[in-house]
Design a protein around this ligand. Structure first.
Ligand code: ZN
Length: 274
């Protein structure tokens, strides 16, 4: 029995509220949704902020509002800001890191998404990693392709991140890596070869959410869920909330004979201070 961290990606950057009104958009909706997910067992929240249903935002003020609310209502929860690119100018992507969230996502390479190239040019990756180091923000390395693991290794070799990497494998994005167990096994093996002290999470997009979580639980990883990745609980029904998706992941963890990590355990596992 091991403690497993549930990350919840509450909002994302794709215009989606029209498809599922449970996706939280305003800071108060985001804080409320995060609190419910926290009560259901999530100990890490991955945050994008939005101007409205359609438009991703970058302003540090919005990030600050959500961070303050989550700190107040969800004691110990790990706060992770997205530095993702969709709909944001490159220069803005790191602008909220000065708020010193516990963590921030960091993509170490580019990849095709359903209709666009998700561009992460080498100078930007280096700059974001440097800013995270400057503000003491732990990166979560987003792995959309095997080469991204080696991108992370180069950052560590350059002294821009430490050896206790936290890696996230993203499977099931159309045009990127398919959600197949043997691929995850290859990624995990390579990740641990490059970073023997690494921790890792796997995220399955859409209908892949549940099977990918199951593989991660079996292979020694942690789990990510949430409306950013998947707005459904089944092919017939939209998810009613982030908390509902977290409850499903928590059920998978318990059914496998493990337990859901507490905030203190999650912080210890990721070597974050309390
Ligand atoms: Zn995201």
């Amino acid at each position: 029995m091991r403690p497993i961290i549930i990350s919840v990606a509450i909002t994302g950057s794709v215009p989606r509220k029209a498809h599922n009104p449970a996706v939280p958009i305003t800071p108060s909706e985001q804080i409320e949704s995060t609190h419910q997910a926290f009560e259901a067992g999530a100990t890490l929240v991955h945050i994008h902020v939005r101007h409205d249903d359609e438009t991703p935002a970058s302003d540090p003020e919005r990030f600050a509002q959500v961070q303050d609310g989550v700190r107040r209502h969800c004691p110990g929860m790990i706060i992770q800001f997205s530095t993702g690119g969709r709909g944001r100018a490159p220069a803005e992507r790191g602008s909220a890191l000065k708020l010193r969230p516990d963590m921030a996502s960091l993509s170490t390479g580019s990849v095709n998404f359903p209709t666009i190239v998700y561009e992460n040019q080498p100078p930007l990756v280096t700059e974001l990693a440097g800013t995270m180091k400057q503000f003491g923000v732990k990166p979560e390395i987003e792995i959309f392709d095997l080469s991204h693991l080696h991108g992370a290794r180069r950052l560590a070799d350059a002294g821009l991140m430490d050896e206790q990497a936290h890696l996230q494998y993203v499977l099931g994005v159309q045009n990127a890596m398919p959600a197949e167990r043997h691929l995850l096994e290859i990624l995990v093996e390579e990740g641990l070869r490059l970073f023997p002290q690494a921790t890792w999470t796997a995220a399955g997009i859409g209908r892949h959410q549940r099977p990918v979580a199951g593989w991660a639980i079996e292979l020694g990883g942690h789990v990510r869920t949430g409306l950013e990745d998947n707005i459904r609980v089944s092919s017939e029904r939209l998810a009613g909330s982030n908390a509902e998706l977290v409850s499903i992941a928590a059920g998978q963890i318990r059914a496998a004979g493990h337990r859901v990590a507490t905030p203190q355990e999650a912080r210890a596992l990721l070597r974050l201070s309390d």
